[in-house]
Design a protein around this ligand. Structure first.
Ligand SMILES: NC(=O)c1ccc[n+]([C@@H]2O[C@H](COP(=O)([O-])OP(=O)(O)OC[C@H]3O[C@@H](n4cnc5c(N)ncnc54)[C@H](OP(=O)(O)O)[C@@H]3O)[C@@H](O)[C@H]2O)c1
Length: 366
């Protein structure tokens, strides 16, 4: 979407776009010195070398960024579980080093060689190799591949897009895949696990908006009221769950969005109604899954894999349109619990990996 009121800040940082490494794309001396003077910026850069795995906020220049057709002046990023794994080295997320962290980015096009994306346009990108093989959104600039750069849909601000970020996209992708596989509100309530996390809260809000009855399973009983305020019609403490021992127990939910994995996911397979869907999004508790084939071959339950980072462009476009419209969560500002700068990332990562997440964290870059 073109923004006629592009902030001066974005314009002031205009630089010529070039799509390769600096060695292959020399600028003339005048421009090069302008870039050196004007376009150094701050980035949360992750390294893994002889000095060990570490991350720090540092200065860098645009021509050090991984290549891409679209240079973006970043306004917001966000914190996802995967960012915490990447930023601390507790998960093997980066496939090359060094890289800027941040799997989400939203901001203004500062320069572009793709005619479809013009200077000043508001754009976003989630996943698509950010903080895996490309420099991510924890920096004041990012260079994106045009094919994965999504114009901000009407109905969302850049801030809202990053309250959603990968978490909201994943919640929506879960419902999208469930509906493609026959999920309807008539099949019964959808239960969301890891309910106070980013994906969890956004899923509860979005399901309610989309006409489903949402139930919440959480380890944080003191947040029941907050989950009810988002639309949850029932909240269940994780410690109160008794799945039983049989391959099939009394069916309780029409479907599930699971952020947790392990025993939780195994238990869900036994209590979902015939032809219901379970979207497997996460592994906050465990990567294991010990269940039987009985729910699948007797009840026709489907286990759907959710892989947000590699989602095809056409589906991405659909999902962002839904998120900006009929599925737009009604309580985005309530779910955005905190706003931090690059210096605050470490503390948020630690809380997240300790299971202490609550809602979404916005990272502000401007
Ligand atoms: N497949 C994909 O494309 C995709 C995309 C985004 C995220 N994910 C995954 O989805 C999960 C949630 O991501 P997120 O960004 O929402 O993370 P988050 O904000 O940290 O939320 C995770 C939530 O899981 C619950 N939890 C944490 N540790 C647990 C444990 N040991 N046992 C049971 N529950 C536990 C907690 O909720 P309660 O205290 O309320 O139970 C926590 O708030 C992560 O595993 C992440 O890697 C996958």
């Amino acid at each position: 979407m073109r923004d006629p009121d592009v902030p001066e800040k974005a314009i002031a940082h205009r630089v010529r776009s070039y799509t390769g490494n600096s060695a292959d794309n020399r600028l003339d001396g005048r421009e090069e010195s302008r870039m050196n003077d004007d376009t150094r910026f701050r980035a949360f850069r992750i390294r893994n070398d002889d000095g060990g795995y570490r991350a720090a906020v540092q200065d860098m220049a645009v021509d050090e960024l991984t290549p891409g057709e679209v240079l973006v002046k970043v306004a917001y990023s966000s914190v996802n579980y995967k960012d915490a794994l990447a930023g601390t080295g507790k998960g093997k997320i980066l496939r090359r080093h060094p890289l800027n962290g941040g799997i989400d980015v939203a901001g203004y096009v500062a320069a572009s060689t793709d005619p479809a994306l013009r200077e000043g346009d508001q754009v976003l990108c989630t996943g698509c190799g950010l903080s895996e093989v490309r420099d991510g959104g924890y920096a004041q600039y990012a260079r994106l591949e045009a094919k994965w750069t999504i114009p901000l849909p009407a109905g969302l601000t850049l801030r809202e897009a990053m309250i959603l970020g990968t978490a909201g996209f994943t919640a929506a992708l879960s419902l999208y895949r469930m509906q493609q596989n026959g999920q309807t509100p008539e099949l019964g309530p959808i239960v969301v696990t890891g309910a106070t996390g980013g994906v969890g809260m956004l899923a509860i809000d979005l399901l309610t908006r989309a006409g489903y009855e949402a139930h919440a399973i959480t380890g944080k009983v003191d947040h029941f009221d907050d989950l009810i305020a988002l639309g949850a019609r029932q909240c269940i403490a994780r410690t109160d769950l008794h799945w039983g021992q049989r391959p099939l127990e009394a069916a309780r939910w029409g479907g599930a969005i699971d952020n947790v994995g392990g025993d939780m996911l195994a238990g869900l397979t036994r209590v979902v109604h015939p032809y219901g869907n379970i979207a497997s999004c996460g592994n906050a508790a465990s990567i294991d899954l010990a269940t039987t084939v009985i729910p699948f071959i007797i009840r026709g339950v489907s286990l759907l894999g959710i892989a947000s980072a590699g989602t095809a462009r056409a589906i991405r476009d659909d999902i962002w349109r839904y998120l900006a419209d009929d599925w737009k969560p009604a309580h985005l500002e309530k779910i955005a619990m905190r706003e931090i700068g690059l210096d605050g990332l470490g503390g948020v990562f630690d809380a997240m990996l300790g299971g202490g997440s609550y809602g979404r964290t916005l990272v502000r870059l401007d």
